[in-house]
Design a binder for this molecule. Structure first.
Ligand code: NAD
Length: 504
């Protein structure tokens, strides 16, 4: 600090940050460990496929392990579905569509969806701990964001089930049939809920394939679905890796494919479903720009940036991984950002004080480290706080790159980790050009005190979701989806219903 005065706001900031910093720097006093208990539930040693309302052994005869990325310890053995298993699941879904589910009044369907939501709330703690153990995300995130939002999606779409004609006045609505849904590992239960709840509300039946590194909450959801007495075959859950996903997507009796994942796999799916008559929605990668104008409330913006890229280990498709700062406030923003980064707690995801948990897998950690190396080789300046990392597991310190060129790979390509690339701008036109200059168009953020600037920016930024003076906020009532290589179709809100219906 230059002033050395007791009222200096910078010094006060330092003081406020002392407590978590103490933990990181092994000072005399530390935050007491606050681990979430794992004693209130028991994982099975082995999970089978959930087909036709029953747990069935895979015809493939194969299983794979799912591990805890924070400890590298095995959590359970998971069945690996092959094409024959997927065929059984699609047949079960078709039978349920043509049978009880298809014939059921919409108001009855709503009750089942509502019941699932209630059971998810009852088991919220169990679901949160399983999500954290299987995926590596901090318990604070799974407990306060993932699980409540997942239940909220079921509640929201339960409400829509018997009101669908009102959502599309003048149109005849009917369900599509069997939906094949493939989801990624970053929000395992939330992504399952985004997909299942609207599909069921519209009267479809489903075959869902969770990601191979995070199948456990989807399988716990299958137990909830059983407990809710959902007619057999309405929801089928098949586990496995890419080949299982491809079998779901390419099955000839699937009427709708909903995919969330990488742009590369999304393109493959687009090609393989072309001409098949299947309805397709793709929620793909992103490279969101977070834009700070000089008139923004800087402290609030810094907190938003940290939330946007570092929480959830940057494993967020809409993560604010590019930061554009108006030149006048660049020094202040970077100083405050570095300062805040020092206080981020990286470590045991089950500890309630943890901000940044484990990277989801060894492969993903490899990808992130590759990009960190690329950033340094490209000539950008790197900053990482000097926090200790646990010995076992997959970890990455929050990373900041300044002096980044617009053409740099770390500013163009999706990293999907806690890595932020910072650039400056002088005018609105300049930052619009820079922000839109990417193959992606999923999300963006604008930080300013001026409403007119917000409206101006949000109409010109090519991104499906734009937050103003906040970031990464989700709600079941609001649609989510991308432009360009971030995919098409919307999930959430009324828009999310339209993609599961024939509209004539
Ligand atoms: P991924 O594409 O590798 O895998 C996603 C899912 O697809 C997994 O279940 C996987 O097993 C399956 N899969 C892999 N190959 C397949 C194939 N050929 N056919 C069918 N299914 C196949 O993606 P990932 O690494 O698991 O997830 C990270 C990506 O997901 C990032 O790019 C991220 O931006 C994106 N994502 C997007 C959104 C969104 O809403 N737009 C949300 C979350 C994640």
């Amino acid at each position: 600090c230059m002033t050395k005065k007791p009222h200096c706001s910078y010094c006060r900031e330092q003081e406020l940050l002392l407590q978590p910093m103490a933990k990181q720097k092994n000072l005399d006093w530390q935050l007491a460990p606050a681990p979430e208990s794992k004693d209130h539930f028991k994982l099975k040693e082995q999970y089978e496929l959930f087909i036709g309302g029953k747990w069935v052994k895979p015809k493939s005869g194969k299983y794979f392990d799912t591990i805890n990325p924070a400890t590298e310890q095995k959590l359970a053995r998971i069945a690996e579905a092959n094409a024959a298993d997927v065929d059984s699941a699609v047949k079960a879904a078709r039978k349920a569509f043509e049978g009880p589910w298809g014939k059921m009044p919409a108001s009855e369907r709503a009750k089942y969806i509502f019941r699932i939501a209630r059971l998810m709330q009852e088991k919220a703690r169990e679901l949160a701990v399983i999500e954290t153990m299987d995926g590596g995300k901090a318990i604070r995130e799974s407990r306060d964001i993932d699980i409540p939002l997942a239940a909220a999606h079921f509640f929201y779409y339960a409400g829509w089930a018997d009101k669908i004609p009102y959502a599309f006045p003048g149109k005849q609505t009917s369900p599509l049939g069997v939906a094949g849904q493939v989801i990624p590992w970053n929000f395992p239960l939330l992504m399952a809920s985004w997909k299942l709840a609207p599909a069921l509300a519209c009267g479809n039946t489903v075959v869902l394939k969770p990601a191979e590194t995070t199948p456990l909450t989807a399988l716990t959801l299958a137990e909830i679905i059983q407990e809710a007495d959902l007619p057999e075959g309405v929801v089928n859950i098949v586990t496995g890796a890419g080949a299982t996903g491809a079998a779901v997507v390419n099955h000839p009796d699937v009427n709708k494919v909903a995919f969330t994942g990488s742009t590369n796999v999304g393109k493959l799916i687009q090609r393989s479903t072309a001409g098949s008559g299947k309805k397709l929605t793709l929620e793909l990668g992103g490279k969101a720009a977070n834009i700070i104008f000089a008139d923004a409330t800087i402290d609030q913006a810094v907190e938003g940036i940290v939330n946007g890229i570092y929480f959830n280990q940057g494993h967020v498709c809409c993560a604010g991984s590019r930061l554009y700062v108006e030149e006048a406030v660049y020094d202040e923003v970077v100083r405050k950002l570095k300062h805040r980064m020092k206080s981020l707690v990286v470590g045991d995801p089950l500890d309630k004080n943890t901000d940044i948990g484990a990277i989801n897998s060894k492969e993903q950690l490899g990808t992130i480290n590759k990009y960190i190396k690329i950033g340094q080789e490209e000539g950008s300046d790197m900053y990482q706080p000097t926090c200790d990392l646990p010995g076992k597991g997959f970890w990455c310190r929050p990373t900041l790159f300044t002096n980044v060129a617009q053409s740099a790979r770390i500013s163009q390509e999706e990293i999907f980790g806690p890595v932020l690339a910072v650039q400056t701008f002088r005018t609105m036109d300049e930052v619009l050009q820079k922000a839109n200059n990417t193959p992606y168009g999923l999300s963006a953020g604008v930080w300013t005190d001026k409403g007119s600037k917000i409206f101006n920016m949000t109409t010109k930024l090519r991104a499906g979701v734009i937050w103003a003076n906040t970031f990464n906020k989700f709600d079941p009532t609001s649609p989510f989806g991308g432009y360009k290589e971030s995919g098409y179709g919307r999930e959430g809100g009324v828009h999310g219903l339209g993609t599961y219906l024939n509209l004539n």
